[in-house]
Design a protein around this ligand. Structure first.
Ligand code: DX5
Ligand code: ZN
Length: 218
């Protein structure tokens, strides 16, 4: 079944535990931790200490860490120690050392995801499909929550899904940015396994109703 990860970028940071607990009770499967360094993307979010506190407060949740930073291998151990289950990094951040970065994340005991910007051809991740646990398709330009879903995304997911099938790759496909009750099901139909949603969940009056749409149960 489709898994839904809540992007905490849209939480009220003064009440992070309360907001995340509310969504986990409503049926969110994972917490998605967006890390931005003001260098790879033009915004700064938070780092491993925030994950550590959240993990201490909510130890049973799954933690899906999305590194939008220039030097992911350098910080992998910090996020692993803080409670990351899976760490995703961007192809464009380390184009010449993708396999080394995958190995560095595995070495600290986490599952590995690989992401790429909306302007990067999908084919750029094909060489790594047998090395990663997950591919994260960006459906907005990384850097900010609350952006509009890019309409080319379902087609990009479908191309990736077809290539995974062709190779017999078990890599999961996750999609991130502008996901709501309308765009999410279109991505699932195209082949996405995991949906990331920030604004549409944290700002929902009835998150369980949004989750039913995202889980395909409405
Ligand atoms: C964008 C982040 C996303 C984003 C999701 O750089 O990676 O996770 O915050 O938020 P929404 O769902 O509001 O687009
Ligand atoms: Zn993200």
């Amino acid at each position: 079944m489709t898994k839904v990860a809540a992007s905490i970028l849209s939480a009220d940071f003064a009440h992070l535990h309360r907001d995340c607990d509310r969504l986990l009770r409503a049926g969110v499967d994972l917490l998605h931790i967006d890390v931005m360094d003001g260098h790879f993307v033009p915004n700064i979010s938070y780092g491993a200490p925030v994950l550590r506190c959240l993990h201490d407060a909510l130890p049973d949740a799954g933690y899906d860490v999305h590194l939008m930073i220039s030097d992911p291998a350098r910080y992998a151990a910090d996020f692993a120690k803080a409670g990351a289950d899976l760490i995703t990094f961007h192809l464009e951040a380390v184009p010449d050392s993708v396999s080394q970065t995958i190995a560095a994340i595995r070495a600290v005991g986490c599952q590995v995801g690989l992401s790429f910007r909306p302007g990067t051809p999908v084919e750029a991740v094909f060489p790594y499909l047998d090395e990663v646990d997950l591919v994260l398709v960006m459906s907005v330009e990384p850097g900010f929550g609350g952006q509009k879903f890019l309409p080319a995304t379902p087609q990009r997911i479908a191309v990736l899904r077809a290539e995974c099938a062709r190779r017999g790759s078990n890599a999961l496909i996750e999609v991130d940015g502008g996901i709501n009750g309308e765009t999410g099901p279109r991505c699932v139909q195209a082949g996405a396994d995991w949906l990331v949603a920030g604004n549409s969940l944290f700002h929902a009056e009835d998150p369980a109703a949004v989750l039913r749409l995202l889980h395909g149960q409405a």
